[in-house]
Ligand binder design. Structure first.
Ligand code: NCD
Length: 310
């Protein structure tokens, strides 16, 4: 049984195939409208979400399938003390595929061991968020026409930002990728990402505390929110909450074909006037999230022997 717990669960070829499938879905929507007819997706969200949960549900509906689930832990039996393992075991009797978000790192992996159906990690604490990364890869591919030979600036909360961790793990597998890590020292990328991925693969990267100085070198600027819910104290959060604000003056020296991304939700780290700039691609990115999740659902169900789509 194949699950998607981290981006590294997929080979580069499988990622390529999934991106191609997403592109085909975009170009030939009608062709896929009944591919998951009679199938059910369960979305189990123990943590808040807008885009991820709704794009998963929209994706399954557009494939002709059905959805069930809950959007907060309080409305599930977790509030009565049920373990994640028990919840998943039962839900896997009711659904053909499960997308799960949980505040505890590794919870989807534990869940996958008890599940009778494929489990998708839709975000586990500050650890990883592989379907956001697939969304990001599709966006980069559509904007740049390639996934290699790019300089990517990641800015904001690189310590707790799970989208950043997953994106680094995925992008460091492509040729000629360089990272510019822009954060306060206290919110820098965790050491294991540096040692196990960047250093291990000999990837070029720099760590800086200001975005202005590196702006001209960037092909992609990936902004992130300071992850308030992961701080140990509100004071710590308040210290960093205005660390980076991308506005039009800061883009003055940026490349004409820079791609500005953000997994969203945004708080104050990108001023609204930037939305009007043609380089801002974060809303397109959110739409790509639906298409890549359609491709992911089709692929995992096919691997599980549940559909005959190929
Ligand atoms: C991200 C997440 O949940 O990690 N949101 C998303 O899924 N698009 C980013 C965030 O919450 O800051």
């Amino acid at each position: 049984m194949r699950h998607l717990l981290d981006t590294t669960d997929l080979s580069l070829q499988e990622i390529d195939e999934m991106l191609s499938l997403a592109m085909d879905i975009i170009e030939n929507k009608g062709k896929y409208s009944a591919v998951c007819s009679g199938k059910k997706l369960a979305t189990l969200f123990f943590e808040p979400s807008t885009r991820t949960r709704l794009s998963f549900e929209a994706a399954m509906m557009e494939l002709g399938g059905n959805v069930l689930g809950f959007s907060e832990a309080n409305s599930s039996s977790a509030s009565k003390g049920e373990s994640v393992s028990d919840t998943i075991k039962i839900v896997s009797y009711y659904a053909d595929i499960i997308a799960m978000r949980h505040p505890v790192e590794g919870a989807p992996r534990v869940a996958s061991r008890k599940s009778e159906v494929p489990v998708i990690n839709a975000g586990d604490g500050g650890h990883s968020h592989p379907t956001q990364t697939l969304t990001d890869l599709l966006t980069i591919f559509r904007e740049k026409g390639r996934l290699g030979n790019l300089t990517i600036g990641l800015c904001g909360d690189l310590k707790f930002g799970r989208t950043v961790h997953s994106l680094i793990k995925a992008m460091c597998r492509y040729e000629g990728v360089k990272f510019v890590l822009i954060s306060p020292k206290e919110l820098s990328v965790p050491d294991y990402i540096k040692t196990d991925y960047l250093d291990e693969k000999g990837i070029e990267y720099v760590e800086v505390e200001k975005m202005e100085e590196v702006m001209p070198s960037l092909d992609i600027l990936y902004m992130t929110r300071i992850q308030r819910e992961r701080f140990f104290s509100e004071d710590e959060y308040l210290k960093h909450k205005d660390a980076f604000v991308l506005d039009m003056p800061k883009l003055e020296n940026a490349k004409a074909d820079l791609t500005i991304m953000h997994p969203l939700p945004r708080v104050n780290e990108i001023t609204p006037d930037v939305d009007e700039d043609s380089r801002a691609k974060y809303f397109e990115q959110a739409l790509n999230g639906k298409y890549i999740r359609m491709a992911l659902i089709i692929t995992l169900l096919k691997w599980a022997g549940e559909t005959d789509e190929d």
